[in-house]
Design a protein around this ligand. Sequence first.
Ligand code: GLA
Length: 716
Amino acid sequence: MSIIFKNNTFYLSSDNTSYVIGIEDDKLSTYYWGKRIPEENIEYYTKNLYATWAFNKDLTPQEFPEYATGDYKNPVIEIELPDGSSVTDFRYKTHNIMKGKPDLPQLPHTYCNEDADADSLDIYLQDAVYDITAVIHYSVFKCGAITKSVTLCNGLETGIRINRIASASFDMFNDNYQIVSLHGAWSRERHFYKHQLQKGIYSFGSNRGTSSHNVNPFFALASQNADENHGDVYAFNMVYSGNFEAAVELNPWNVIRAQIGMNPFEFSWKLEKGESFNTPETVMVFSADGFNGMSGIYHSLYRNNLCRGKYKLSPRPILINNWEATYFDFDENKLMKIAEKAKSIGVELFVLDDGWFGKRNDDKSSLGDWQVNTEKLPSGLDGIASKLNSLGLKFGLWIEPEMISPDSKLYEEHPDWCLHVPQRERSQQRFQLVLDLSRREICDYITDAVSKILESANISYIKWDMNRYMTEVYSVSLPKDRQKEVSHRYVLGLYGIMERLTSRFPDILFEGCSGGGGRFDPGMLYYMPQIWTSDDTDAYERMHIQYGTSMVYPISTMGCHVSAVPNHQTGRTTPLKTRGEVSMSGNFGYELDLSKCSEDELKEMRRQIEFYKENRTLIQFGRYYRIMSPFESNYAIWQFVSEDKKESLVFAFKKLNETNKTAIRFRLLGLDGKYKYKMVQNGMVLSGEVLMNVGVVFPDNMGDYESCVMKFVAEN
Ligand code: GLA
């Protein structure tokens, strides 16, 4: 990994990747991004490859594209200048190459554990007329990921307004690429979509205030032949939890511009004299080894250089959550009965979900009144925590601190604390409103209220929920010309709260949640190393959701629970074994009334937990490969391999049983061909070469939704 500057050209390289940027007439051109190339032949780019097109900015690949000087694709930036124009001309001024990676103030970002993890480059550009500077920040990590963000600084005596700013923009020639994205909806998050890139602009984004269930701040351009293990993939993932826009344009001359950044819809930011604005960062990954290659880089970077805190690389506890077991209808006795059974099968953490505070017996009230309901919990949080602790279980708690119920004491005291436009109706979703986190005093209140809860009992885990999108995005504390800053200020306020709380309570494991996986993005992972993947706990649905999520996000970030059948979201009945094995492919837990389970069911769960404990490190932190896609076949198959390649686990799931079909054979990935592996389930010994080339067969069991697990251990 290195950053070299020679012949007016920057070469950012890792073992497998090169990103090459040239300076021509003080403007930045993107020469190349892809498989590693040597730092030579620079004349080829300037005199041959791009020279013939230099007359036309629609053709030349630009590193910092601007508006109104002959390039008609989406610009990276659009600023309202003091003369009323938006015409900018940012030119190269200087640059700085650094070991390590500087912090990105106020925003979540990837970081180095030691300087040797990454090299960084800041390129300073200055407008030809006005004293406005744009700094493009790059880092190249050992694993091959490249991060990019922009800082805009106003050196003028007067204010300017940013109306559009992307965090990454990349131009290249089209090679018959396809676009990959992770679209979904509530209970159906992050499904894998792939389609042919067409002329024009394909864009998607969120204007809901959170990254949302419907879209994820991720997309990739993939070559025509790309599959899990082959083909070129160019991927972009923005480290941000609010509104964003991703856009891929294919112009008439076959040039692609791929961008991701702040969603310009309802966004603008006033930059006063001397102020600067930082965009969130985007993590760009190139893989010549298909989607598994891409995911391997994201997983390793996010685990080691994005997630933080005590739990970053520590085994995550197996939990029982009472939500699908009791919903709002519980008291201490009922919870303790579930807890006792949980302890008896080997669970480690009891999570008390919604309904423990105020007068909240349904979802119509009390958000904001974070005082324990002593009718349900007569001995308070401290009391139940002590009882659970004496039983040998840790205690975790659900909270939704960004919200306020109109039916709450907090709302009576502070009716103006929610996002709203005076005189207009306040749209409710799930009977609740959103607190205005663009206001410092409200962020302080939340930090304080949550701190008090955390100090009131022995709490080891927090599930931080956020159950609605934003409407009437307006803050009564901001002047009218700053209202389009509110949604970004909200996200900055939230990040500030989470930074304060996670550093004040470093021993607590925080799990993010937003009506399931409505805010499953790298921004959240910087503060909370795991996220509730989806409210849909049906094993069949989860095969898809977890497969899609794993494209970008490590297994250690996904919360996955076994729930009762018929499933509460789909009405489907799947075998307990399959439910267990789907959930074991993430941070494992249960979410059903264990006090109502039969002895046989409890016995099966005990077996699952024992197995998970034995294999937890391999699953949560091993190298993960997808083998067969539920989006393209009747099966979902994935595999975990330990770092030393001596252990591997395969989880295979069948959707529907098909009669009189050839048994499904699949090849393993990522093993050491020279090792001999013993298959634990049947004692057979096979070489890595055989397992990876000949493969194994999915046992031909009867029944729908069958699953099987195979473990392979290398013999000395
Ligand atoms: C959201 C979460 C659920 C549960 C409920 C409680 O929907 O995703 O897991 O916590 O809220 O109201």
